[in-house]
Ligand binder design. Structure first.
Ligand code: ATP
Ligand code: MG
Length: 139
């Protein structure tokens, strides 16, 4: 079933993410697709805080670090594959640890790199609708 909501601020997207997180049971891959600035990281703040793995403010974009891990033991992995170019990057950046124990793995730009994982996947698409409006679709 396709689910679609429209948010009108970053706060609304984060709070939808907090609600959405209640449906997630590890292990699961959450694949976030959408153009630059549509709110993938903003949504992740809500998901991570909703899961109680870190506070919203502690969730930042893994654009350069590629992967952030929240919770002890690791509860949520948050990766950005925008700059991933090869499987070698995966191995050197600690991303392979992601699949050693059940977690919620949130991936931005996962469409850039084919990821093989037996974990169930939820795909979420984010789109600009002009101004601060965003359409979020759960696929
Ligand atoms: N309705 C909204 N939902 C989410 N973010 C919004 C909304 N309205 C405005 N914004 C702003 O848009 C920006 C979204 O940035 P964010 O880093 O979350 O995007 P992103 O999709 O992760 O981008 P990137 O592809 O560069 O990683 C933030 O500055 C946020 O405050
Ligand atoms: Mg981002």
């Amino acid at each position: 079933m396709l689910e679609e909501i429209i948010t009108h601020s970053a706060e609304e997207t984060t709070s939808w993410g907090r609600e959405f997180s209640k449906r997630l049971n590890a292990p699961v891959l959450v694949l976030l697709a959408g153009d630059l600035g549509t709110g993938k990281t903003t949504l992740t703040k809500g998901i991570v805080s909703g899961l109680g793995a870190a506070s919203e403010d502690d969730v930042t974009s893994p654009t350069f670090t590629l992967v952030h891990v929240y919770g002890r033991p690791a509860k949520v992995y948050h990766a950005d594959l925008y700059r991933i170019e090869s499987f070698h990057d995966f191995e050197t950046l600690g991303m392979e640890d992601m699949f050693t124990a059940p977690s919620v793995a949130i991936l931005e730009w996962s469409e850039r790199f084919p990821l093989k994982s037996p974990w169930p996947q939820i795909r979420i698409r984010l789109e600009h609708l002009g101004g601060d409006a965003r359409r979020i679709t759960v696929l």
